[in-house]
Design a protein around this ligand. Structure first.
Ligand SMILES: C=C(O[C@@H]1C=C(C(=O)O)C=C[C@H]1O)C(=O)O
Length: 101
């Protein structure tokens, strides 16, 4: 599917459109973060948090979604590897707080 976007007639319109999307993207990443934090409760050790097989499954899934949505899968993979790596570090902190009590 090709997502329909508005045909901008100036750089300020382009920037305005990108700003609106950034607002949504940050809200969605925040929502994702809340679920990753909840995952810490169900992971028994740090290997479980790092879950390399799960990471590869997510990467495969988002590469397929990228192909379906007409965006370069290599860009999506790089963005997701960076995001998941940050979330794993965040979750390791949550996990150690929960399991040191
Ligand atoms: C949500 C899970 O794992 C977590 C998912 C992450 C992510 O997708 O960003 C990061 C850390 C993992 O511990 C899961 O195993 O289902």
């Amino acid at each position: 599917m090709v997502v329909k976007v508005r045909e901008c007639v100036s750089i300020s319109e382009v920037r305005e459109s990108i700003d609106q999307l950034d607002d949504q993207i940050v809200k969605l990443i925040s929502e994702r973060s809340r679920y990753v934090e909840q995952a810490a409760k169900y992971k028994k050790d740090t290997d479980d948090v790092k879950a390399p097989k799960m990471v590869e499954a997510v990467i495969e899934k988002v590469r397929n979604l990228a192909n379906e949505n007409n965006v370069n899968p290599d860009i999506i993979e790089e963005v997701y590897r960076t995001m998941i790596s940050c979330f794993i570090n965040h979750e390791l902190v949550q996990h150690s707080k929960l399991h040191s009590k």
